[in-house]
Design a protein around this ligand. Structure first.
Ligand SMILES: Nc1ncnc2c1ncn2[C@@H]1O[C@H](COP(=O)(O)OP(=O)(O)O)[C@@H](O)[C@H]1O
Ligand SMILES: O=C(O)C1=C[C@@H](OP(=O)(O)O)[C@@H](O)[C@H](O)C1
Ligand SMILES: [Mg+2]
Length: 169
């Protein structure tokens, strides 16, 4: 979800893993030559989603990348075919924590309305089933630092890597 820490934790985790880091929102802004807020205002959310999918499609061909996505990437079934090139981690953060983090932040157009907490609750409820398709769910506790989440990710990721057994007989 927006504000769950994908960009912050992702950047740190990439450094720990020795992976290159990309953020789909940053790449969309580079391609469009303006901010996400501006894209939503001028061209609309549908246009943003198209750019987001194109960026993800390009990224999924590479290895040893850590990609922080926007929270809405899960909405398109086509995006899942790209996401499944890698291991998908869900940073599960309550709507109340997200709200505290994002209060006063004007960079997320979907939250620029009189009741952003209600919006976060309803977006989270509607996306919950999609986020649950991730390979790994990390429930982020109140006050848990990005560094602590990185340590937990490093401990948990090997447990959910798919293994192939080859039967030689
Ligand atoms: N574990 C954390 N604890 C407290 N604040 C956090 C944590 N992770 C991220 N933040 C803060 O929350 C805000 C949103 O983080 P960000 O990484 O941009 O989230 P996302 O990319 O998922 O939208 C930023 O101000 C960031 O510093
Ligand atoms: O959840 C969403 O629909 C969105 C999340 C944002 O990214 P973050 O999840 O990094 O905030 C950004 O892509 C856009 O504002 C829409
Ligand atoms: Mg982000």
């Amino acid at each position: 979800m927006m504000g769950s820490g994908k960009t912050t934790v992702g950047r740190l985790l990439a450094r720990e893993l020795g992976y290159q880091f990309f953020d789909t929102d940053e790449l969309v802004e580079e391609v469009a030559g303006c901010s996400i807020a501006q894209i939503f205002a001028d061209a609309g959310e549908a246009q943003f989603r198209q750019l987001e999918s194109q960026v993800l499609e390009q990224l999924c061909a590479y290895q040893k990348l850590l990609v922080a996505t926007g929270g809405g990437i899960v909405l398109s079934p086509k995006n899942w075919s790209y996401l499944h090139h890698g291991l998908v981690v869900w940073l599960d953060v309550s709507a109340e924590q997200l709200y505290r983090r994002l209060q006063g932040d004007s960079s997320r157009p979907l939250l620029q309305n009189p009741d952003p907490l209600a919006t976060l609750r309803s977006l989270l409820a509607s996306r919950q089933g999609l986020y649950a398709q991730a390979d790994l769910r990390l429930v982020v506790g109140e006050g848990e630092t990005p560094e602590a989440i990185v340590r937990r990710a490093i401990a948990e990721i090997p447990k959910c890597l798919k293994t192939t057994t080859v039967d030689l007989n």
